[in-house]
Design a binder for this molecule. Structure first.
Ligand code: IFM
Length: 767
């Protein structure tokens, strides 16, 4: 774990000593999943300070009226306690050597090995293996191999399904049923308290002694919220004993369409478990590894060749791919990606603009079908967006800043941390006034449509999303005394400044959204009259078109100062300038909040994260190089990168401006948000968007890839320590493999159905 560049293995994330203080970080960064479920890497044996999470995508529940809906923490299936001659195995007691935990991102397997000497002197070697199947979305496998090292041992095993877990205290479940079938199969049924989703978890154990299957007597225990079995076995010196635990988890939400009731689901899932039992851990693992190979490593291979440092870069890029698959709900368009993926309770499983602006590019370019599902989710959540608009006195689709289940609408909590000065809870304004999300959603749909060429999506969902959000902006603009339309009282991407007027990012994105709606109105009216008629009836387009035209002409767009700096909003540049060195040097984020409260920060020139710079990057051709440079110089000095979304934006921007060293340095920082040495940073879960950011640093920044005016552009600039970079791009249904060296760009069309027009370093080509 940490930053040992000497020992980089291109597929392995390893922890080579056990440190209780790092439990949270390792549980999150070594989490496993498949988009249906996410399993934190809490150890089999329990520790003080651990967080055991099994999160099932889309199963949101509201614990009580004062809380917002969140992904509930399902019953734990990974705890397996071992006693060696009466001494509970754990690494805090006794002594151990040869400790190593490895997450193999190529196969998805987690392996932990340790030689343990119990306080009574008994020695064992234990290997723990764990897999969440990528092929069978409901299935989890655990395997433990215990070797009696030079002494006979009496081994006791306790394993079951443990629902005595919560989300940091909030209990989301009622117990429904707990059963043992044939003294062998464990089944636990629990129901979310408000959303009434039933979770059915099943587990079965099997054992091998010295390579031969054995049956052990089962001591069955059923307690409050806990169902478990004890097994006992004696081993002679050097004998080995293998415990396999196979688990499946299914919920009634999976069967909303099929209408399966809980009884039926209990029967079905038990049958599924019996089938899984026949497969066994090794085959489950094998077929899942093959799935990883096919779906990720063969489909979208990446390669970086260069010096020793570049080995870490390659690992970080592949790790980003690993992460972006384990939290991707590819199986269900009613779900999206939480800010912490499925690796922790942070941000309650809610999705943000992170999806469209930071993650979608990776999926659009490597797995268009998955990208489409993420966009369909936004379409399906329109009812909540309409409700939010109405509640706030607007029209059209006002998307929630934080989004959970489809019709939940806004799920951002109203209050969060406590004010350092007043001691009162701090109101979270983002859910009310961080409104750029509506334009971000439209931007995502548009980008998806152009890059994939998916006209079916555009006709069914895309045009409507873009027009419905434009209707929102049409109703949102406020006429000012200057005859212009303003957007007052918002939070822009830089969340340190609240209640600002004319945030540049928000206004330009709103103007873009209105402009796109106008363009599509005109195009559809001419080219697709039937679709136009249908949308016109639904959204009253003729009337809204006039509003959009007027809005676009009169919307106020902040203009650069004489020095070429784009003002972030109407206030920032008038704020107090302070020396931020102290906060920039801290090895944790948000340090400024320990010295100033949010009211004070409003009047200080400090950015939590990139704001205008995201705009330059999304609308590359809208701003001159001089404005970008002057704004960069101004904002970089004032930015703390207190959001994980900030570094990658800066890195891509630096690469675009030709600041190669700066771009590389920022990329490395972005790549170490979760993989880095700050061991507390990921406790509540990994930073999902930062993985999209890492991919963007490489492919957009160093690879120079962009979609510009509907065309593919590749203008690479490799960091000086890289000799070669290879990546995959799906472009309008064609699969391209791009290899960049210092003096050459090689683009292969691997599908070859039709020619792809692209520009490489300014030269127009067909591939
Ligand atoms: O969406 C981000 C936001 O920009 C900064 N705070 C965290 C959110 C979730 O990642």
């Amino acid at each position: 774990m940490g930053m040992n560049y000497e020992k980089i293995n291109e597929w392995i994330l390893a922890e080579d000593c056990f440190e209780p203080a790092w439990l949270g970080k390792c549980e999150a960064v070594m989490a496993q999943g498949n988009g249906y479920l996410g399993l934190r890497a809490a150890a089999e044996e329990r520790y003080v300070g651990e967080t055991r999470n099994l999160l099932i995508n889309g199963t949101f529940n509201k614990f009580d009226a004062d809380e917002v809906t969140e992904l509930p923490n399902a019953a734990d299936v990974t705890a397996i306690e071992l006693w060696i001659d009466g001494q509970r195995f754990n690494l805090v007691e006794g002594s151990h050597e040869g400790y190593r935990r490895e997450l193999n991102i190529k196969t998805g397997e987690l392996i932990r090995t340790v030689h343990w000497t119990a306080p009574n002197g008994k020695k064992v070697k234990i290997i723990f293996q764990r897999i969440v199947s990528l092929k069978r979305l409901h299935d989890i496998g655990l395997k433990i191999t215990v070797e009696a090292e030079g002494n006979p041992i009496k081994l006791k095993i306790r394993s079951g399904i443990d629902a005595r877990v919560s989300n940091t205290g909030s209990q989301h479940f009622s117990e429904v049923e707990k059963r043992f079938y044939d003294k062998k199969y464990l089944q636990f049924v629990e129901r979310t308290t408000q959303s009434k989703i039933d979770f059915v978890l099943n587990a079965v154990h099997s054992f091998e002694k010295n390579g031969k299957q054995v049956l052990l007597g089962t001591d069955v225990n059923i307690e409050r919220r806990y169902l478990y079995a004890d097994y006992n076995v004696e081993l002679e010196a050097e004998e080995t004993f293998v415990i396999e635990k196979l688990v499946n988890v299914q919920t009634t939400r999976d069967f909303d369409a099929a209408g399966l009731n809980t009884d039926e689901l209990q029967k079905k899932s038990l049958e599924d478990l019996k089938a899984l039992e026949n497969i066994g851990y090794d085959d489950l693992m094998e077929e899942s590894a093959l799935e990883w190979q096919k779906e990720i490593w063969d489909n979208a291979p990446v390669m970086i060749k260069g010096d020793k440092e570049s080995e870490f870069d390659l690992f970080a890029l592949r790790y980003a791919q690993y992460q972006m698959r384990i939290f991707l709900p590819k199986h269900d368009n009613r779900m999206n990606i939480g800010a912490k993926g499925l690796s922790g309770e942070g941000y309650r499983g809610h999705c943000f603009w992170d999806t469209e602006i930071f993650l979608l590019p990776y999926y659009m370019f490597t797995d268009p079908d998955a990208a489409r599902k993420l966009e369909e989710y936004r379409y399906l959540s329109l009812p909540g967006a309409h409700r939010k608009a109405k509640e706030n006195g607007y029209k059209g689709a006002m998307f929630p800043w934080e989004s959970a289940w489809l019709d939940d609408g806004e799920t951002c909590p109203l209050y969060m941390d406590v004010d350092i000065v007043t001691g009162k809870p701090i109101k979270v304004w983002s859910g009310i006034i961080e409104q750029h999300i509506s334009a971000d959603v439209a931007f995502g749909a548009w980008q998806y449509g152009i890059i994939t060429g998916d006209t079916d999506f555009m006709e069914k969902y895309g045009y409507e999303l873009i027009m419905d959000t434009a209707i929102f902006w049409g109703s949102r603009l406020e006429p000012g005394d200057d005859g212009r339309y303003h957007i007052n009282d918002v939070v822009g991407p830089d969340e340190y400044h609240e209640h600002v007027n004319d945030n540049a990012f928000t206004n330009y994105m709103a103007a873009w959204n209105l402009g796109k709606a106008i363009e599509y109105y005109e195009m559809l009216k001419n080219d697709k009259p039937e679709l136009f008629a249908c949308l016109n009836q639904k959204l009253n387009l003729d009337e809204n078109y006039l509003i959009w035209k007027d809005s676009v002409e009169r919307i106020f767009l902040p203009q650069p100062t004489e020095e070429g700096i784009l003002p972030m909003d109407d206030r920032f540049m008038k704020g107090q300038y302070i020396d931020l060195t102290k906060y920039k040097q801290q090895d944790f984020v948000g340090g400024i909040m320990k010295d100033y409260n949010l009211d004070q920060i409003q009047n200080i020139q400090v950015c939590k994260q990139a704001d205008c710079l995201v705009l330059f990057y999304l609308m590359e051709e809208r701003f001159s190089p001089e404005v970008k440079r002057a704004s960069w110089d101004y904002y970089v000095e004032r930015t703390l990168h207190d959001s994980s979304l900030s570094l990658s934006t800066h890195s891509v921007q630096a690469a675009d401006m030709g600041d190669d060293e700066m771009a590389y340095d920022l990329f490395r920082k972005a790549a170490t948000i979760d993989l880095g040495p700050y061991m507390g940073t990921s406790n509540a879960g990994i930073h999902a968007a930062s993985f999209g950011g890492v991919w963007q640093c490489v492919v957009y920044g160093f690879g120079g890839v962009r979609m510009l005016n509907g065309k593919l552009r590749i203008n690479p600039r490799l960091p000086k320590n890289w000799d070669e970079l290879t990546f995959t791009l799906y472009w309008k249904g064609e699969k391209l493999s791009v290899t960049v060296t210092k003096d050459k760009v090689d683009v292969q069309n691997q599908t070859g159905n039709r020619k792809v027009d692209l520009s490489v370093n300014g030269e127009e080509l067909k591939v």
